[in-house]
Design a protein. Sequence first.
Length: 412
Amino acid sequence: MQKRKLSGVMLASTKNADTLQAAFNGPDAWRAIFTDDNFCKVPSSCAKTPDSDVCKAAMKCSLAQSEARSAAISFLLSFNSEVKKPNAAYTESRSMAALVNNPAAQMNLYFADESNQANFIGCTAVNLPKAPAPFDPTKDPVMSNIRVRGLSDELYIDRNQSLFKGTSSATGNFSGDTTAAHTYTTKVNGAFGYAFGGTSAIQFVPYVSIYQSLTDTALKPRVIDPSDNVAGGILAYGYFDTGGLSNVVSVKPQYLLNTSNQAELASVRAIYTPLMDIPFNINTFEHLNFLPGSPWWEFTFNLRSDSGTYTNRGNTPAVVAVNTDFERAGAQVGAVFSTDGIANLPSLTLIATETYLYGFTGFYRHMDVFQSSLTYNLTNSYVDLTASYKHGRDEDTAVAAQAWLIGLSGHF
């Protein structure tokens, strides 16, 4: 198998014009983009002056190289699974096989030499099995635009993007105790949307979201969690570049009904999310090459603001007193660690975020909420088992919560 042709396959799979352009910037760039840590020639001054034209170009190059390396590692992860199958149609050199648990090292070894005989990947059969056809959104325009998440803020992320690994899952749980009191508890949390706009710079996702925790006990009134709500809105978002920095801006008008106290809230949330790789990665996944299997990790950060007006402040004096119109702004920071797609490791994703908002107007002057989840991906990253924890005031309802949820989940 020719290394240059395989390089082209890997680069094309990124669907990133900057990555393809970077790979043609020199006669040896097609393999150097995978192996050369100085491929983008980042000046040392960029740590202090990242806004210069030279540093912006280097940042753009660095993001392109990161995409190329991620594509190569993803290919090698799949390849390593294939060669272990009985009567495999593919083979590799001993040196490549020795690094089967370290695809990043395999990538560096494979592209270290342009010779097709050195550290090779090859075929063992004349009639190779036909690869399954790639997913084609034009042939399935309905399913390709359906999005299911744990949080409506994340509906802008397409499942073909690497950031999909770091999205939360919609979760459901049902439990019962019939030994004496006959108590049943149902918990559901999720956001369901449909994306419009195709590949245009601005897209729209109408959605509905739900959070319900209901407890029914025989001969007793139903217990409704104070945070229970249903909501609907439209998430509008756009991508744009400023020099070498990629940006996402989303605006989300929403109408929410608190099904516990009947409060009704009309709100608008705006979120700015930068995507960068210099001097360190923010909102972009990277491989931890020093760990077995090179799992993924991501540092998350965004700036956000919330504006809300209550059309119905609730059904009790205590609720009415705190449900006042508000203007809040703040930030969210967090981290994601994932072994999804890593050979010989269970597919796990850990997400942790802390959101802090300052109230310029409204009852609450300070609000913060910590959320975390650990997800075991059962199949294709779409069906999972998730354990989640939430502590703090809910950003949508401002109700204080400290809750655990373990159940079947999914994101799509």
